[in-house]
Design a protein around this ligand. Sequence first.
Ligand code: ASP
Ligand code: MG
Length: 454
Amino acid sequence: MGFGMPEKSREFDDLVLALRQSMSQVFKFGGASIETPERARNVGKIIQSHLHESLVVVISAKGKTTNALELITRFFYDGDQRGSQELFEQLEKDHLQYARELLESEDIALEEQLKSFFTEMDWVLNEKPNKSFDYYYDQIVCMGELLSTAIMAAYLRKQGMKVQWLDIRDSIKTDDTYRDANIDWEWTSTLVKDHFQPASGSIILTQGFIGSTDENNSVTLGREGSDYTAAVLANLLDADALTIWKDVPSLLNADPKIFPNTLPIEEISVHEVIEMSYYGAQVIHPKTIKPLRNKNIPLYVRCFLDPEKKGTKIHQPNHPIQYPPLMVLKTKQILLQVTTRDFSFITEDNLSRIYELFHRCKIKINLIQNAAISFVACIDNQEEKLEKLLLALQEEYEVRRNEDLFLFTVRHYTQDVLREELKNRTVLLTQKTRSTIQMVVQIGKLTLEIGHTS
Ligand code: ASP
Ligand code: MG
């Protein structure tokens, strides 16, 4: 202890301790964070260092398990029994081996639990498919999360932690839109409050991404849905924060696969994140943001490889934040120019007619601009929908198009950044407000190739 005021310090320490103890958090770990036994141990250490908090931990299927399960479903549904069995056995072996390596011994109770999941899956795989593909997809794919969390629970217990493993399918109730199920909030809220009673000193461990219908069929909430589950739990449990542990040190001001000089973002407002997602950035899915926003719960993105780092805080700040230029490059854009044949002006009647056609073909417009007799729209290249739209438009208008373009959006732009980023790029269209600039650009060959990797 330093000089002076020892009493005050102790009071302060007690206060800090009390605050820390009352902190309730939801942690979410994705598949990459537990890909190998070594990484799973690292996750164990992170959890251990937060035991003084009331923790609910949401975990995804390990590594690429969900992709493998998707493939198994495909084989099964297409009647390739051998194909699905082979892959299934491989998955089974892989999980048992992973569990033994992680626990450094056989754990009878765990292996029994894993076997019960494998048996459940085997039953499904031995059925003759007579329901929809999406239904079977969910019955099979949900296994990834059940397996990974069962293994993690056994491991954490072996490390001396008190762990309550919950099957989230008993708490998250949904409709029967398989593969993209919608949560029944009222029912789920009651069940979650009944089943989840987090307390400091012990953790509740559960699965992301899955739920069940009123008939107890398994469902999934859409790929990468674990973040959403974690946000739903944070909302219903009135958590103080949600932390999503990723393999990146923080959010960046641009995608590092495309832009060479990115900057870390320590703090960002929810509003800004929603804007960025709208322009095409894959930051945090808006579905995840909404449950947090409704209760004003901050979201931290932190790095499981470097847990000392502060990461990024996403919240609704009551102070202004200074942002670096936030950049998004959307690939595969098309510019459509729609011109009236009779030289009539593009005013309300033509505009509403054109909009209606876009709406009918379910094409979202990323950017528009109109002149006297023409209307220009930048849209994603979705071939089938586009064909339909072109046919409809051409009945009344002249239509021209440019393909292989990029939509480049910069929020909080500066002249310097524009000068730098627009080198070797041809700008076809620009739109500008005080905070945001959007440009439809054609890019030189080199950058184009990089762009395509996004
Ligand atoms: N395991 C699921 C997926 O890979 C859910 C998730 O990871 O969030 O899509
Ligand atoms: Mg995953």
